[in-house]
Design a protein around this ligand. Sequence first.
Ligand SMILES: Cc1ncc(COP(=O)(O)O)c(C=O)c1O
Length: 404
Amino acid sequence: MFQINDNYQKLPGSYLFSTIAKKVAAFSEANPDKNIIRLGIGDVTQPLAPAIIEAMHKAVDEMADAKTFRGYAPDLGYEFLRKAISDNDYKARGCDIEADEIFVSDGAKSDSGNIQEIFSTENRIAVCDPVYPVYVDSNVMAGRTGTYDPATEMWSNVIYMPCTRENNFVPEFPKETPDMIYLCLPNNPTGTTITKAQLQEWVDYANKVGAVIIYDGAYEAYISEDNVAHSIYECEGAKTCAIELKSFSKNAGFTGVRLGYTVVPKELKCGDVSLHSMWARRHGTKFNGAPYIIQRAGEAVYSDAGKAQLKEQIAYYMKNASTIKSGLQEAGFEVYGGVNAPYIWLKTPDQMTSWEFFDYLLEKANVVGTPGSGFGPSGEGYFRLTAFGSYENTVAALERIKAL
Ligand SMILES: Cc1ncc(COP(=O)(O)O)c(C=O)c1O
């Protein structure tokens, strides 16, 4: 008789966004005349930039000709893309990351879920609370998190680092020593971030205690303040303690196109064992390369035209962010984030729980957001709105919220 991976049975409830989708579908069915504005899931709405579309068309044409047709892509990514990433995202910022330390993938969700696989199940993870749910859930599936307590909504073997208004959403070094530390900066869901000096302290801490930092930089393109690092490798010593995950979803609208990458520096070792070699082995065995057409699209992100067009796209979303932020402030809400990230994190009014506020906003304003408690117990009493809607919808949603 076969057995299943029992760890899956430990996962509580369904994935946050499935629950939201079900609630919204039920409301919509019961109220077909209502125009619902969705500022919940962090999905982009603007079309791909012209430079990217042009590169994709060209690559499609190459696939139609036997002389330029491409089959399986190299497991770790085409050299043209790895070099463009190394030059633009790292060397241009003074970070010494070589093209062969970059592993191209189909996105940061897969990488952030898969990366734990090269670490022992004996390791203890530390996560910010609230947190992007994939980090915890993928460790649950691997059997690394102990038992779940429904009362506290916490796992016995996970170290939580609460990020609340009391500590300005800056994680503090935990009392117990972790082996793996997940940091996502700028942060989803809180939309807040830390300074480069504060990040340097985390790098120093990880090197001191022998922990690895899994650094998710999915929202890097939204950084607007000068004292915030665009890569963890801007910090001294990061190459011996950090893996960086990046996505093309939020900086270039690839949520449906799918492209990302992970940096594993060659200097990152556990004793004599190179994590770079381990990840190369894992990638080579389980991943057959991102599609050629998509990697050419990724390359166009770094062209002069691509950069200029994407700067405008980011500015468009950040205009939404400031519209939401100032609108909520005018309406008397306590609001965070929205300066270096496309997320606005607000304190729910009148002691409402996150889900109570979700229902209230859906029913009274027909606006969908994301309950903070879905990201962890310290998210209770908070709520996330995204700047990824259209400008018109964002303005309309805020008018409705202000009229409540
Ligand atoms: C923190 C964080 N990491 C990763 C992802 C997923 O990125 P991708 O679309 O590249 O899989 C998201 C998506 O919302 C995210 O918020």
